[in-house]
Design a protein around this ligand. Structure first.
Ligand SMILES: [Cu+2]
Length: 151
């Protein structure tokens, strides 16, 4: 192999290595965007992800009202944890962003955001199954809730 071929070989090797590692990364990281608004709604009531993936979830607040007036968060509950009792249990947790100090009932959560803001969290997809998600700001869970499906 002369020098030129040798260099060509290296360039090709790195090119294909880059291609393969890109595909690999895309397989593992799954991006989810969920919007919330001044009308106390999420735009999704169902989120589907693949088991074994890393979830990069972005919560966007498309409204104009402040965090105090119409703040929202995203809270993903562990299996078997029901929305209403959970939401009732965090009514007084304003200082903690309406999540309990013990995180045993929670898989992932965002901070509370106001209109025009967004926040991103990263977490591992839980095992296959159906999980509840909600906004745990007091009074919001009746409208702001859904199913998080891992298959
Ligand atoms: Cu909310």
């Amino acid at each position: 192999m002369n020098l030129i071929n040798f260099e060509y070989f290296f360039v090709l090797t790195f090119f294909f290595y880059g291609l393969v590692s890109d595909i690999h990364t895309q397989d593992l990281i799954q991006k989810v965007t969920i919007q919330s608004n001044d009308g106390m709604r999420f735009d999704l009531d169902e989120i589907k992800v693949k088991s074994g993936s890393t979830i990069e979830l972005t919560l966007i607040h498309t409204g104009k009202r402040t965090k105090e007036e119409m703040g929202h968060n995203f809270v993903l509950l562990n299996k078997e944890i029901e929305i209403r009792p959970f939401a009732m249990s965090v009514l007084d947790e304003k200082e903690n962003g309406y999540v309990p100090e013990s995180k045993e009932d929670i898989i992932a959560f965002t901070e509370v955001i106001g209109g025009g803001e967004s926040t991103t969290i990263t977490f591992e997809a839980p095992p296959k199954g159906i999980y509840n998600f909600l906004c745990s700001v007091p009074g919001h869970f009746g409208l702001m809730k859904g199913k998080f499906i891992v298959d």
